[in-house]
Design a protein around this ligand. Sequence first.
Ligand SMILES: [Fe+2]
Length: 427
Amino acid sequence: METRDRKTLTRRVAPHAAVLLLAILAALAGALTTPESLAADNPGFPDAGAAEPAGKTPAQWRVIWGENPSRRAVISWSTSEATEANTVYYDTVPRKADLAAYRHKAQAGVNGRYTSRGHKLHYHHTVLEELAPNTTYFFCIGSDGQFSRELHFITAPADDADVKFLYGGDSRSDRAGRRAMNQRMRALFQADPAILCLVHGGDYIHDGDDMAQWSEWLTDHELTVTAGGRVLPVVPARGNHEAGDVQYDEVWADTGGRGKNYFRTMLAAQVMIVNLNTEISAGGDQARWLEDTLRDAAGVRWQIANYHRPAWPAVKQASAAKQHWVPLFEKYNLDVAFESDGHVIKRTVAIRGDKADPTGVVYIGEGGLGVKQRTPDPKRWYFDGGITGSASHLQKVTVTRDQLKVETILHDGRVFDTWQTGPRKRD
Ligand SMILES: [Fe+2]
């Protein structure tokens, strides 16, 4: 009996030891890679282009995606001073910031001063609607006669197209690390134009009511813009470090409803992301919405979840997502759930009914977009067959008709882990 137990123990521990060794090697490599060396690896990245807002000049521009990014986008920006006339000029061909040449313009319908005790900064949100799917939109932002350079973004496809996107969370409390990860995102985005957007898993900054911190984050986000001026749209989710803070909706334009912030995003006809909010009740209205959404999407081939605090954590204890959402994920056969908050790397084994099951749901992520990494607990049963690690990272997700692939990519560009799955039967 004793011998058998020891053998069992050996089999269980050996994979974890290998994972730990990999994590240590990854952490050592990370310590040797500075943001400067990342920039040197990617010539053409300007050091500037990410300045704090000054006067009425539009700065901290961003493209925000919600429910239907093939037809609708929000273009947002900040100014240091209050402004009266706030306009986005846009077209499907480049106009080189010749304002009179743009065929469309839209006024910022929502303008105000970010809530702050001391930091003076103003927000502007312009909704672009009735856009064409899978189309490049060139745009120039104007506030009271001051203008941005011409930027562009590409709308999501509306048909059964292949898509790629980046996933990551926890970009708080290590600004140098965050800037390095933003440069890594830009490198990936430039190298692979098929990438559509960044799905963010929350915890952008440390204090969600501190506009000085948000301002730094928004400024740093400009580092994800390609040298050619393509903006990486953001699909946002709320983290516990911005739980209940009104600034979150001032930054992200009430995406998913003010204070509610849960919504589905169709990245293509057959690719759905359900973005959930772990900082309000996971049960009640949100759980009912989730069940309705998953039930109604039975014909959608790929179904993905995005939320902050994990159901299957590698560091902390399970959030309410485990009680309220996991049974629905299993009932409706979700493909993969992305989780943040732990500041580690993790991929679980497929889980169904509180045990490993190849028909179950895989949980990936835990947050590494520029935050000091913690030490995961690889002995939790759901990592037997999964992975854990500790290094700044993000996920690159590639979705085709035949396969959904998730690559966990470290700050220096190395692929730490690859997981892939085929389409489910959902009839
Ligand atoms: Fe968190």
